[in-house]
Design a protein around this ligand. Sequence first.
Ligand code: NCD
Ligand code: ZN
Length: 399
Amino acid sequence: MGYVLVEKGKIVAVSSDSIENTGSVEIEGMGKMLFPGCFDPHVHFRDPGFTYKEDFHTGSLAAVSAGITSVFDMPNTNPPVFTVENLEQKRKIAESKSVCNYGLFFGAGEKNVEEIKKAKNVPGVKLYLNSTTGNLKMNNETVWRDVFQLGKKVVLHAEGETFFRAVEIWKEEEFPCELHLCHASLRSEIDFVREMKKNPQAKGKISVEVCPHHLLLTHADQEKYGAICCMKPLLAMKEDLIALWEGVSDGTIDFFATDHAPHTLDEKKASDELGQTPIYGVPGVETFFPLLFTQFQQRNLSFQHLANMTSLSAKTIYHVQDKKGLIEVGFDADIFMFNPSVKTNVEPQKFFSKSPWSPFDRWDITGKVEKTFVGGRLVFDQGKIIDFESRGNELRFLN
Ligand code: NCD
Ligand code: ZN
């Protein structure tokens, strides 16, 4: 049993004894759990450019309906975030549409080092080393070196070999920046990061995330279900999935992310037809926490560890300056109430996303997000968005 008092968007008291109520609204949560709002450090809200798939408003509604109160949006929009002007354009979009808090990644292009230098308040610079949605793949290793040398955090879309090569170059350049591997999917990547973290020069500078689909699905699912199980990196083997869970348990993997990459179901179905190039990506924010909670319960992993990997860890590794990620006095009241007792199913038709489908359609899940607060404002309550109007803040980063 515990009590939390929130005033003006901040947590002002936390106690196991009842707190004297001086006229505030009281919310009863007997039998429920309170978690710090999730950070999802990897989403594609498609705004600007592909707003028929998602936009910052619908993406953020989908996020808060699932306990995610802060997101970091990827730069493969149209135009991609390659210039300060593009960044400012996206900033205006997020400011006017986002119900949750947000950070905006910058993209590394062939000739935009000067722009990257000028970019202010970004979580990092995304460097694509493999093909995926958006054609931002960068083969030129000189550019990799130049981007590393800028000293901003570099966030890699790299898969196996390209990741190992990037780390080789990072070493040759003498570790000039922090390096983060997005959506790890292979045993070889996890084993490699585990070893790197023992290297005193790399320690504290290398991090890795994993997505629920790589933890729960394998290549066999793509063979069986086709495009709705097709994303980059592709689903791997059972052996890889086992290694990812080992990495979750032993702390090699730093945090979870969704890689929420919505496309319409029609687009996905069309890509199943012969001769079509695959269209990579699956929506993920609305299944994120319930799937992970269910797994942590089944695998007897601690919910403290879950809370860390869905919230505080990403906030710390990305050097978010706001006080978020814990339910403690002085922290922002980004919180959600979770009912761990109910058994439900994934129901994509109820999603707030513009792309309401899921590779986890009808999967059994334990627990349900019941209420989500962003900065103390109740925005989602018992299946409904109750505040469409309030807006989250841009998170503050070190650079
Ligand atoms: C992402 C997308 O659709 O933007 N697709 C995906 O399969 N994950 C891009 C990416 O993160 O690779
Ligand atoms: Zn992505």
